[in-house]
Design a protein around this ligand. Structure first.
Ligand code: FSX
Ligand code: SF4
Length: 429
């Protein structure tokens, strides 16, 4: 695939407004591309466990300016050296191309979660010298040598649908696997403009500022609800009522961040809520488990309320064995490995609001006997500090909480995770 520096630059200048690229970045991109003598850094795209929807989303990119479709963008503007679905090469030739591309500067793009159960053998990417190479091994190897690692889609960013409970293949996100701070571009699927925006920034030498979930702040800073045109509309009681707010039908716009309302999809034609669907929360780290059931008002989602203790470590039985969830649906801040402490893992398996008794239930796993701090992610209000048991399980049951939290923040050792609170009412804080 050929590179056209001028072409890529022309595309970014032409699409700067639509992409949300500041002119300062376009200027730096021009300088950076001018300094390149042997073409652009190559892009190597690997696919783990996923539906390939993110590639399809990129393939649907439609624009009146610059590249008009995927073939135009990727074959004429950047060097997509390896992509399992789009490259012409196959077999040994493809593997050889991969090695050539990764012998020099390259950007690693990963689509899909990474299976770690069964030695990673539920997801093989290629065969070399008669040996199957797992996604786990390939991502470990290439991420260590890449100039930047982009996790495309919610699966690569946070585990996503393949990591949904009970997560039988042990899916983890790329950052959880590698311990690296990846640039996460979640969305199920991700928006093609978000990918192009990020790559253009990287080529310009601008590493985008990331939020606590590793997402570029510029793309994911606002809640869907904040700029939804239906904020002041009457609330629909059933689907098919144009121009209505869908909160009572399960819309997750209040706890989901992305610029969908202004950017829209399919070349700006429409977006989920505009098409009469609720927002499912697909750009957030807890998706899909913490946003389920999708089509139920969050307030009405209640579990049993059999807990009798106020705050203790996890011997309660309900919902306690979330199987092999390796934490990929939780995430946050200092994602990646620990910083030298003894706590090497932290997962939030449950974060539930139970209207009855105004009870907050948060539970998960960490290192045995580690101290776990649970607080409100937005206000910092402390809900409790508890000790994990000898199996690393911990559980907080906090009754009579004055204001239901939208999202909780959990810390153990040097690790921090956050998760949206399932069942939190619309007036959560
Ligand atoms: Fe996941 Fe994307 Fe959803 Fe699918 O890459 S983000 S399942 S649309 O394809 O990985
Ligand atoms: Fe829009 Fe959903 Fe917020 Fe209603 S709840 S205003 S549909 S984002």
């Amino acid at each position: 695939m050929q590179i056209s520096r001028r072409g890529f630059l022309k595309y970014c200048i032409g699409s700067a407004a639509a992409l949300g690229l500041p002119l300062s970045v376009v200027g730096k991109l021009e300088e950076a591309l001018g300094a390149v003598t042997d073409g652009l850094p190559k892009v190597v795209w690997l696919a783990g466990a996923n539906c390939t929807g993110c590639t399809v989303s990129l393939a649907n990119r439609i624009s009146n300016e610059g590249p008009t479709d995927l073939a135009d963008l990727l074959t004429g503007y950047i060097d997509l050296a390896y992509h399992p679905n789009l490259m012409g090469a196959a077999g040994d030739q493809a593997v050889q191309r991969l090695h050539e591309a990764t012998s020099d500067d390259f950007i690693l793009v990963v689509e899909g979660g990474i299976p770690t159960a069964f030695g990673g053998h539920t997801c093989m990417l290629w065969t070399e010298n008669g040996v199957d190479v797992t996604a786990q091994a390939a991502v470990q190897d290439l991420s260590a040598r890449a100039a930047a690692v982009l996790s495309i889609g919610t699966c690569a960013s946070h585990g996503g649908i393949p990591a949904g409970n009970p997560n039988p293949t042990g899916i983890v996100s790329v950052s959880e696997l590698t311990g690296l701070q990846t640039i996460n571009i979640p969305g199920c699927p991700t928006h093609p403009d978000w990918i192009v925006w990020t790559i253009a920034n990287l080529l310009a030498g601008e590493v985008p500022a990331l939020d606590s979930q590793g997402r570029p702040q510029a793309l994911y800073q606002g809640y869907i609800h904040s700029s939804c045109p239906y904020r002041n509309a009457h609330e629909a009681e059933q689907f098919g009522r144009a121009g209505s707010c869908l909160e009572d039908l399960g819309c997750k716009g209040k706890i989901t961040r992305a610029d969908c309302p202004s950017r829209k999809w399919n070349g700006g034609v429409n977006w989920c809520i505009g098409a009469g669907s609720i927002c499912l929360g697909c750009t957030e780290s807890g998706f899909p488990d913490s946003f389920s059931p999708f089509y139920a008002e969050q307030e009405s989602d209640s579990h049993d309320s059999s807990d009798s203790s106020d705050s203790n470590s996890g011997s309660d039985s309900d919902d306690s064995s979330s199987g092999s969830d390796s934490g990929s649906s939780d995430d946050d801040s200092s994602t990646g490995g620990d910083s030298g402490g003894t706590t090497t893992s932290l997962q939030i398996e449950v974060a539930d609001w139970r209207r009855k008794g105004k009870t907050l239930v948060v539970q998960g796993r960490t290192a045995p006997d580690a101290m776990v701090m649970i607080a409100n992610a937005a206000t910092g209000t402390l809900y409790g500090v508890i000790a994990a048991d000898s199996d690393g399980r911990w559980r907080l049951v906090k009754r009579r909480v004055a204001e239901p939290p939208c999202r909780v923040h959990v810390e153990a050792g040097q690790l921090a995770r956050e998760r949206n609170v399932r069942g939190a009412p619309r007036k959560c804080v």
